[in-house]
Design a protein around this ligand. Structure first.
Ligand code: ATP
Ligand code: MG
Length: 582
């Protein structure tokens, strides 16, 4: 029931639809009471021998007419109530999707994507059932029971009615008992389903690694265990389902037994007529459906509330990075500054960056180098405000990042992440992802700058070549270059390149960097890299180690310092030389 209350915002919004639907339902429940009465009357007429052909014809005509009217009205309420439920399903799904797009990386680190999918594909339909079948059965069983009982009491015999109702408290108890069990078990079953989804998702996306490490059989075995668990939990739900109906049938059977036994006695003592007894049993028959429906309603409501709980838990998650109350929406300059910036990932114990200081003026280039795991990517992500950052310690355009609106910040900064992602679309669409309005020439030019020109001419469909599942499989270097073109096309004031040249050869890297310097003259650029040649021309180079800046300066200054940078540079030069010889 609470779920229905929690969904009241929806029912209020579509109150007309629901009001009309429920009204029609009420009309149907009223009309249903007529036929038993007519039949009881006819039986009495037969018994008295006073049934006339014209009287019978009239009764049959009324029954037929009723049938037709009920046919039309049943269509109407079904259309209105089930249609409403489908609207709810769409509304919730849209909301969920919008909510998911607002979430930050730490949310996706905590939540498994298979489980998120399960909420969208399994839980939302369960809630939809609550708003459709749930509302229908609730209203219908209430109306039908009350109306039928009133007619039985008023038109036939109140003692007989009471007697037939004696087993009903049992029904209430059974419903409550099974309902609670069902709720618990259904929640667990949905959880297991989420886990199973997640397993499939990970195995399918990681199938190459799976094969490479010959883990197929282990994975199939692991999947069997997860699916076994899902099966067990669903069977435990079904067990309750299966117990439900027979229990109700037995209880209703008792009602009939009492109705027939006591009713016959009343006919013998002439307290009621035979026709009354026939009508009474027909009315009792009318009660069967609401009783079943009531049980079913509990079932639907319990599932709905378990699912609604899972959905609300998701909706309760707030993004850990959000716009401040009065965000700065216009950035006038493109400086980037860190003032003793220390950063810790949410939930991490040790900081990933400690006491980082630098000031990058408009148009300058910053190089970030350091061994793997030293914090290069972390610094880039912090600049984009993907995670909560310390106040007043990281500045873009002279404003602390936590005071800038997220959309303004992300418009200001174009970012090529280390783990590039292309969508299953054409190359052109991938490159123009951030600027769908870009002309073909602009797209082609950006790809040219990223040194993708030669590769493109080798693809059959050029720019229109499909990427990914349905198209060509691109090499790591090709993906990197398309990602670079995507960022270049944004023509943002600040460009952040996170180790995005690692998979291209030295000569290609050199020409991409040359293009960058030419195209982005006067604009701010940040390059994180392993290959030091990528940052050689930077105005300032930071060498990170375990999150600390251990060396800083221009290329020449760092060479003169003769520390990690100089040593690394000489080694890489040597490697290039050897590679060139070979
Ligand atoms: P690489 O050269 O391999 O790309 P990097 O210098 O970019 O390395 P980062 O990815 O910034 O290194 O990682 C710095 C540290 O932060 C590492 O110790 C890593 O374990 C930790 N770290 C990275 N991402 C997260 C995260 N999402 N949550 C918690 N800790 C993280
Ligand atoms: Mg990195």
């Amino acid at each position: 029931m609470r779920t229905l209350l929690q969904l009241s915002w929806f029912f209020r919004k579509y109150w007309k639809r629901y009001a009309i639907g429920i009204f029609f339902l009420f009309v149907i429940d009223l009309l249903m009471l007529w036929p038993p009465h007519l039949i009881g009357q006819t039986v009495d007429l037969i018994r008295n021998g006073s049934l006339t052909p014209s009287g019978l014809a009239r009764t049959v005509a009324i029954l037929l007419g009723l049938g037709l009217v009920m046919y039309a009205i049943r269509f109407l309420w079904r259309y209105l109530l089930y249609g409403g439920a489908l609207i709810l399903e769409r509304t919730l799904r849209d909301r969920l999707f919008a909510h998911l797009t607002r979430m930050t990386p730490s949310f996706y680190q905590r939540r498994r994507s298979g489980d998120l999918m399960a909420v969208a594909t399994n839980d939302i339909p369960a809630i939809q059932m609550t708003a459709g079948d749930g509302v229908l059965t609730l209203v219908d069983s209430l109306f039908a029971t009350l109306l039928t009982l009133s007619v039985m009491i008023v038109a036939i015999d109140w003692k007989l009615t009471l007697a037939a109702l004696v087993p009903m408290p049992l029904l209430a108890w059974a419903t409550a008992y099974y309902g609670r069990l069902l709720h618990e078990r259904f929640y667990l079953a949905q959880e297991a389903f989420g886990e199973m989804n997640d397993h499939v998702q990970q195995s399918v996306s990681g199938v190459r690694v799976l094969r490479a490490f010959v883990q197929e059989e282990e994975d199939v075995e692991a999947f069997r265990r997860v699916s076994e668990k899902t099966l067990e939990r669903n069977v435990s739900v079904s067990r309750i389902d299966a117990l439900f109906e027979p229990t109700i049938a037995v209880i209703i059977g008792f009602s009939f037994l009492i109705g027939l036994g006591y009713g016959t006695y009343l006919v013998f003592t002439s307290a009621i007529s035979l026709g009354d007894l026939v009508a009474f049993n027909l009315y009792l028959g009318l009660l069967i459906w609401p009783m079943f429906a009531f049980g079913w309603l509990m079932n639907i409501l319990q599932r709905g509330s378990a699912s609604h709980k899972r959905l609300l838990e998701l909706f309760d998650e707030q993004p850990d990075v959000a716009d401040p109350p009065q965000p700065v929406t216009r950035l006038t300059s493109s400086t980037v500054e860190a003032r003793s910036f220390t950063f810790r990932y949410p939930g991490a114990e040790t900081p990933a960056l400690r006491d980082v200081n630098f000031l990058l003026k408009e148009g300058e280039t910053l190089g970030i180098v350091g061994r793997t795991g030293s914090g290069k990517s972390t610094l880039c992500r912090a600049l984009l405000h993907q995670y909560p950052v310390e106040r007043e310690s990281l500045f873009v355009g002279g404003v602390p990042v936590e005071r800038i609106s997220l959309s303004a910040l992300r418009e200001k900064i174009a970012y090529v992440p280390q783990e590039h992602l292309l969508f299953s679309r054409t190359i052109a669409a991938n490159a123009a992802f951030g600027r769908p309005d870009a002309t073909r020439d602009e797209v082609a030019h950006a790809l040219e700058l990223a040194e993708m020109g030669r590769d493109l001419s080798q693809f059959p469909a050029g720019l229109e070549t499909m990427v990914g599942e349905k198209g060509v499989t691109l090499s790591g270097g090709q993906k990197q270059r398309i990602s670079i073109a995507r960022a270049l096309l944004m023509n943002a004031d600040i460009l952040v390149l996170d180790d995005c040249l690692s998979a291209v050869d030295a000569r290609t890297e050199e020409s991409i960097l040359r293009h960058l310097r030419e195209e982005r003259a006067g604009k701010t650029t940040i390059i994180a890299a392993h290959r030091l040649s990528a940052v050689q021309h930077a105005h300032l180079i930071l060498v990170l180690d375990e999150g600390r800046v251990v060396e800083r300066g221009t290329h020449d200054e760092l060479m003169a310092l003769d520390g990690w940078y100089a040593e690394q540079y000489r080694r890489q030069q040597m490697e290039r030389y050897v590679a060139g010889q070979g």
